[in-house]
Write a protein that binds this ligand. Structure first.
Ligand SMILES: Cc1cc2nc3c(=O)[nH]c(=O)nc-3n(C[C@H](O)[C@H](O)[C@H](O)COP(=O)(O)OP(=O)(O)OC[C@H]3O[C@@H](n4cnc5c(N)ncnc54)[C@H](O)[C@@H]3O)c2cc1C
Length: 440
């Protein structure tokens, strides 16, 4: 089956939906191809009916000022709930109130701006770790890079992390009341109302292009082959998907992407995350130890397989999230999802000093394996050593025909975030619309 359109958008995550909505205002026929049977991509809410706010298996927080997200939230009536609960840190078998926020410690990495040459976070932090006066700060900065950026310190660019810190993306975090789902539902409806055709369960396999003409070969929900032709395409495929080659699940470009794109892709890594949602009969942690964890936001212990757990504070909920990023996520390779749920639950009990309650109160848990998800192939991107301009190189249009969006193309410090993805979708759509106007 063949379809003609003005513009095609591949992917209906944050970047793809933002791009499609914007393009619909500029051209008559926009078709979105989405491999999954749902929109949202790496934003996915798990339908746990009993919980007031169901768990987010992908993105959960709003980072920094997040202008696009705030605008969408205004349309849905959602509020940003700031995560200002108490932080508790495990040390010597006890939990004590954590006075040093690891985001403050990460500021040490801002000094990487002064480096004559980029280096890895690992080699940048080593001198600070050797010095007794800076050892603790450097340890927390490492935890930030591993936990927040989901990055491996030996691979991650110290300068890129310094840029990210300068952007203020870590300056505050909040959650949308009601989670991300209503925001994505709203964006989806706005696209449909504007006339965008969204084809779910449609997997792009091959993109054949020349200046001013593109054909996307895809398989639809029944497995049948279809081809969609247009004058421009906005690609929002995650870096893990763009980098994947060598089997029938790879997305093939004909002709191949220019060398600069492949250089950029070689310098952007997919971060690794294991995020497990656990729910209990009651928020039992609020009542133990004379209620001292009643306002807890985070529980941390860098020496454990899941170094961070969080509550939904200020919202009251029976939900606890366990998080392992970067090397800690890699160390859990090969552990099955049910085993990960069980390990997260029992580790939480140990951390709290309440193993029996964590067992008897436990009701259920779940996770999404983003690493083995062929439409994500990892959690979110970070820049490798020497990859200073890799994100802008990936973002650059090719021949006024191929346009690139998605969190990995965000070059203002918001790479790896939902808001960064929304903004790249807007940017790529504006570029495509102007190329279409010029060629009309
Ligand atoms: C566990 C986890 C926790 C996170 N936490 C946060 C957080 O708290 N805050 C935050 O801001 N960000 C967070 N993120 C990152 C955030 O989810 C992403 O940065 C953002 O959602 C990416 O949007 P995107 O549109 O660039 O990509 P995606 O959402 O991945 O969209 C790309 C789309 O392309 C589709 N696709 C892939 N291959 C094909 C194909 N061959 N054909 C057609 N379609 C295809 C995919 O199915 C997907 O829908 C988290 C991510 C993970 C995994």
């Amino acid at each position: 089956m063949q379809t003609e359109a003005d513009a095609i958008v591949v992917g209906a995550g944050a970047a793809g939906l933002a791009a499609a909505r914007r393009l619909a205002g500029a051209c008559a026929r926009v078709v979105v191809l989405e491999a999954r049977d749902r929109v949202g991509g790496r934003v996915r809410q798990y339908p746990a009916a009993r919980l007031a706010v169901p768990p987010e298996l992908g993105a959960e927080f709003i980072h920094g000022q997040a202008k696009e997200t705030m605008l969408l939230m205004r349309d849905t009536g959602a509020k940003a709930l700031h995560t200002d609960g108490d932080a508790w840190i495990g040390a010597d078998g006890e939990l004590r109130c954590d006075e040093v926020d690891f985001r403050t410690s990460a500021r040490i990495l801002e000094r990487a701006h002064a480096l004559a040459q980029d280096e890895s976070v690992e080699s940048f932090l080593q001198p600070f770790e050797r010095d007794a006066t800076t050892r603790e700060t450097a340890k927390l900065a490492r935890a930030f890079v591993e936990g927040f950026d989901a990055a491996v310190p030996e691979i991650a660019s110290a300068r890129a992390i310094a840029d990210e810190l300068r952007s203020g993306v870590d300056s505050r975090s909040a959650r949308p009341s009601g989670g991300y789902a209503p925001i994505f539902a709203r964006l989806h409806d706005a696209c449909v109302t504007a006339g965008v055709e969204i084809r779910l369960s449609t997997v792009a396999r091959k993109i054949t292009w020349q200046r001013g003409a593109v054909a996307v070969d895809a398989n639809d929900a029944s497995g049948a082959a279809c081809t969609i032709r247009a004058r421009a395409v906005v690609l929002t495929l995650p870096v893990g998907v763009l980098r994947h080659e060598g089997d029938e699940t790879a997305v093939v470009f004909e002709p191949d992407l220019p060398e600069a794109k492949r250089e950029a892709l070689a310098k952007i890594e997919m971060g690794r995350v294991v995020k497990v949602a656990l729910w209990f009969r009651s928020p039992f942690w609020e009542h133990v130890r004379d209620g001292r964890y009643r306002e807890a936001g985070f529980f941390r212990n860098e020496d454990r397989p899941f170094p961070v757990y969080w509550t939904q504070f200020p919202a009251r909920s029976e939900l606890i999230v366990a998080w392992a990023g970067g090397p800690k996520a890699i160390a859990l390779d090969g552990v099955s999802p049910p085993q990960l749920v069980e390990r997260a639950r029992s580790e939480f009990g140990t951390l709290l000093g309440e193993p029996a309650l964590a067992r008897t109160e436990f009701e259920g848990g779940t996770m999404h394996d983003w690493d083995h998800d062929e439409y994500a192939r990892g959690a979110y991107s970070y820049v490798a050593v020497g990859g200073g301009n890799a994100r802008s190189m990936l973002a650059a249009p090719v021949d006024a025909t191929l346009f690139f969006a998605g969190e990995a193309t965000s070059s203002d410090g918001q790479g790896g975030t939902v808001n960064g993805a929304f903004e790249t979708g807007e940017r790529a759509a504006a570029e495509a619309a102007s190329a279409l106007r010029a060629g009309a």
